[in-house]
Design a protein around this ligand. Structure first.
Ligand SMILES: Cc1cc2nc3c(=O)[nH]c(=O)nc-3n(C[C@H](O)[C@H](O)[C@H](O)COP(=O)(O)OP(=O)(O)OC[C@H]3O[C@@H](n4cnc5c(N)ncnc54)[C@H](O)[C@@H]3O)c2cc1C
Length: 415
């Protein structure tokens, strides 16, 4: 049966949900408070990440966070605040940072990433889509032996999960980066990963959805949601009131502000990250993570993107020049004879990753409402998990058997 569905938030999660829901024959309206290009989905590193099997909430992260709190250039920063939501989230993060939880999360993260990669590859074959997608794997470049050993442990865990992971010497890395002299000791290479140029996919997806009759209301903020008897009936924006059979909340880091209006608590904190685009030939051919600096380097279509930093500091888009410069400095430190220019640093942008406390997204219905689906909390993997999330959302709404077990993603889970 065709339903009138309102999707709140037109980032990668909202657009992919619209794609699969529309294919099921539903009538879709997407509402976004920006022109859609302001969310995290436009500034990310574009990685498809089966390699990222370890969630952020892992043993040792709290200690690292405390240590890094006093370093203005650190790649991970938690701003201490006397805010109830933040304090509850921090407590839940601490409780989730155990070896047992990490072990439970590993196959879940791997499976949803692999499903999403397959779906991206399927989408790439759709005639009107012309977005950049390449499967070249991911290099984890390291400068000191200790971090190399740590990453290799993760790599070996990946191998036991069926991923193809290799330990490379500095000499071996040359076959992946023939044009560049690297200041590294070695690398761990994940063959599983792919990369994209995010704005191209967003552009193609938006025009495809428009051609299929999906309605977009942009620069309109959802201000209220009307409900009775556990059923949402209307969504009110700054411009209009819309009726709905089903509502999807995919508003990224802003999602808790909307669920609060419905009396539901979805713990999400914004994790700010920055990107610098370099529109010159850098010679970089293979996507890499500079492990010690936690900087992602992606050769996109026509430019190279350097992205990094995780600042848990509330919802704001203030750019901290010290952290942006630290990203540029890291690039010079790993790629010899390469420098990011001041003008490139000045045009840096940022985005907010919607972070759940246990590193798993929320995908599913809450028991409080019959016609509400939550799809958020994807943190560092939201780009990678867009299509898989969209497909799961459409299966939930269409009462179909989900492609994956949804229980680890339950929005009502407690921490
Ligand atoms: C620097 C950086 C690098 C990253 N690299 C990667 C990567 O390589 N791979 C990966 O998988 N992920 C990566 N990520 C994470 C990824 O970008 C995010 O997880 C993902 O974009 C989240 O998508 P989303 O659709 O949930 O949210 P968003 O893209 O933030 O979209 C949410 C939308 O909701 C709208 N909205 C909010 N409130 C309302 C309201 N009340 N009414 C109407 N609209 C509303 C907003 O305007 C926004 O457009 C990175 C993130 C950053 C910042």
């Amino acid at each position: 049966m065709s339903k009138e569905i309102i999707i709140i938030g037109g980032g990668i999660i909202g657009l992919c949900s619209a794609y699969y829901l529309q294919k099921e024959g539903h009538q879709i309206t997407i509402i976004d408070k920006s022109d859609i290009t302001k969310g995290a989905s436009f500034v990310n590193a574009g990685y498809i990440t089966p390699s990222h099997i370890i969630p952020l909430a892992a043993p040792g992260m709290i200690n690292k966070g405390i240590k890094w709190m006093f370093n203005p250039a650190s790649p991970f920063y938690v701003k201490p605040r006397l805010n109830k939501d933040f304090l509850q989230w921090s407590w839940a993060f601490k409780k989730s940072s155990t070896k047992t939880n990490v072990e439970k999360a590993i196959p879940v993260i791997k499976d949803i990433n692999l499903l999403s990669r397959t779906l991206y590859e399927e989408l790439k074959t759709v005639k009107e889509f012309d977005f950049h997608y390449e499967r070249k794997g991911l290099l984890m470049l390291y400068q000191n032996e200790k971090s190399g050993e740590e990453e290799w442990k993760t790599g070996q865990r990946g191998i036991s999960e069926g991923l193809n992971v290799k330990l490379l010497t500095k000499e071996d890395v040359k076959q992946y980066e023939p044009n560049i002299d690297l200041n590294i000791k070695g690398a761990i290479y994940y063959d599983s990963d792919a990369h994209m140029t995010p704005h191209e996919f967003m552009r193609d997806m938006m025009s495809h959805l428009k051609s299929k009759g999906v309605i977009f209301y942009t620069n309109e903020e959802v201000q209220d949601v009307k409900y009775s008897n556990q059923t949402i009936s209307q969504v009110q924006t700054s411009e209009r009131i819309l009726n709905a059979d089903e509502v999807i909340i995919s508003a990224g880091s802003w999602s808790p502000l909307l669920t609060k209006k419905l009396g539901i608590k979805i713990p999400v904190q914004a994790g700010k990250g920055y990107r610098i685009n370099v529109h010159r030939n850098t010679g970089i051919e293979t996507p890499a993570i500079l492990i010690e600096a936690k900087v992602a380097v992606t050769p996109m279509n026509g430019f190279t993107r350097f992205a990094g930093t995780m600042e848990i500091g509330g919802i704001n888009h203030k750019i901290n020049p010290v952290r942006v410069k630290a990203i540029a400095k890291a690039a010079t430190s790993y790629y010899n004879n390469f420098q990011i220019e001041d003008s490139e640093i000045k045009s840096a942008d940022c985005g907010l990753r919607p972070c759940s406390p246990d590193g798993l997204p929320y995908i599913g219905r809450t028991k409080s409402y019959k016609n509400l689906t939550i799809a958020t909390g994807h943190a560092m993997m939201g780009w990678s998990l867009g299509p898989a999330t969209g497909k799961l959302v459409s299966e939930i709404v269409s009462d179909k058997k989900p492609s994956l077990d949804l229980s680890p993603f339950h929005p009502d889970r407690t921490f």
